[in-house]
Design a protein around this ligand. Structure first.
Ligand code: PA5
Length: 447
């Protein structure tokens, strides 16, 4: 395993006995997950994806990715929430921060649409694509989500204008439910190549289905290694019965123990800008899984050391209702050595001979000690390096931990009933058929 968890900066906040208790509860919750007899167990399909995804499915995804790569330099991924964040987490996690500016990179450049309703963004995207060759992967399990549906409608019009109806057929790839939803119907009628999202896998747990794998493969990354990484940690998390060494049990136990001590906010911290979207994906995973029935740890995120200069003051000294989980990547792909300068004008000669990774590491340790002294419990997640395989490990670890943690809280970690409220209000305010009464009710509130 390439992932470890250190709870040395939590021990002052939770006694050994209390932690023992939470570890037992977490082990019970893990059994509920494995026995498939807890709330929402019809959505546990993600649990065995690393073991069950077939070589043929991976090949079909890779072949399609090659086809997409041969058709142009851009793929627009249209999706929102769980239908794009997993892919984006992996792609941005493994790409150069300057990948959009670098020509000749392997794989196509991925652009995103349908994850918000901003007009300027979408009109700039359409203008950018006007004279580029591109394909579209539209992803929606329900096939009815408004944001991606609108973006897809706009992109489809552009594709039709550029390539005609026949050209469009070659350039649109849909990923949706096997039988229901407007997207499935449209895809069948239009003859788009379509990948299925299994019934028993919810959006935020779907990075190992075509939802995540197709865009990741198009970017030139090795999807079988991603699956292998997830598989290696899946075996360990499922089979290791020792609560004191099972990482998911320890993580779920620690966060629930801290929640019981009024630590209501978990701040996921990274010292690596490539992980920005991994943090975004994590927030959705935990926020949508746990935040219900008036309960749940609020997931927040910061990028250090950048945000130490904006959020550092609050974290050190503000309200003490939070804890941190710090992700650290132990080794860089390309390290930089700091060298001595004869004039030492900047006073940095004391760093000569050190790598930037070591400086980042000491910044991490210094911050951990400071925040712990400021009464912030801190968990440390250390990942050896960043690769397809370790991203697979990390993300599957979070999924497994989230299921355990949700059951410890007593909620269904696989539904998201609260997301419907804004949608219904939006439909009513926009005048959708069937929402007339709701519209009257809402308009009366806006006076
Ligand atoms: O995790 C989830 O289930 C959600 O975030 C969905 O992925 C998101 O709402 C998009 O839904 P759909 O794929 O149906 O368009």
């Amino acid at each position: 395993m390439n992932l470890t968890l250190n709870d040395r900066f939590v021990k002052d906040f939770v006694t050994a006995n209390e932690m023992e208790n939470f570890l037992k509860k977490a082990e019970d919750a893990k059994q509920t997950v494995l026995n498939r007899n807890g709330k929402g167990n019809e959505f546990l399909g993600w649990l065995d994806l690393p073991e069950t995804i077939s070589a043929e499915s991976l090949k079909e995804i890779r072949d399609t990715a090659e086809q997409i790569q041969s058709l142009g330099s851009y793929l627009v991924v249209v999706g929102i929430g769980g239908s794009y964040l997993g892919a984006r987490a992996v792609i941005e996690g493994l790409s150069s921060p300057f990948h959009l500016l670098e020509p000749n990179r392997k794989g196509v450049t991925i652009l995103y649409a349908g994850h918000h309703l901003d007009s300027d963004y979408h009109s700039k995207l359409l203008a950018f694509l006007e004279n580029k060759d591109f394909c579209v992967n539209v992803i929606s399990k329900s096939g009815t989500t408004t944001e991606p549906a609108i973006a897809f409608r706009l992109l489809l019009s552009l594709l039709e204008r550029k390539y005609g109806k026949d050209g469009v057929k070659k350039r649109v790839f849909s990923t949706t439910d096997k039988s229901k939803g407007a997207l499935k119907k449209l895809s069948d009628e239009s003859g788009f190549k379509t990948f299925e999202i299994p019934d028993d896998v919810g959006g935020r747990y779907s990075f190992l289905t075509p939802v995540g794998l197709l865009p990741i493969a198009c970017s030139g990354f090795q999807i079988h290694q991603l699956v292998e990484g997830a598989k290696s940690i899946s075996k360990e998390l499922k089979e290791n019965k020792d609560p004191k060494s099972n990482l998911a049990i320890r993580y779920a136990a620690a966060r629930n123990a801290l929640y019981s001590k009024n630590k209501k906010i978990e701040v996921l911290v990274s010292y690596h800008p490539n992980l920005f979207y991994t943090l975004e994906w994590w927030k959705q995973l935990f926020g949508e899984s746990e935040g219900k029935e008036g309960k749940g740890i609020f997931p927040a995120s910061v990028q250090f050391t950048t945000d130490l200069h904006s959020m550092g003051q609050y974290l050190q000294d503000g309200e003490r209702n939070l804890f941190e989980t710090v992700i650290q990547i132990e080794s860089a792909k390309s390290d930089i050595y700091l060298t001595e300068k004869s004039d030492n004008g900047d006073g940095l000669n004391y760093l000569a001979g050190k790598t930037l990774t070591e400086v980042n590491h000491q910044a991490t340790l210094g911050t951990l000690i400071a925040h712990h002294s400021g009464n912030v419990p801190c968990l440390e997640l250390n990942l050896k390096s960043l690769s397809e395989s370790t991203m697979g490990e990390l993300m599957y670890f979070f999924e497994f931990s989230c299921a355990i943690s949700g059951y410890m809280l007593g909620v269904n970690p696989f539904d998201q009933p609260g997301v419907e409220d804004y949608k219904n209000n939006m439909f009513a305010l926009l005048g959708k058929k069937g929402f007339e009464e709701k519209r009257k009710e809402l308009l009366s509130k806006l006076i």
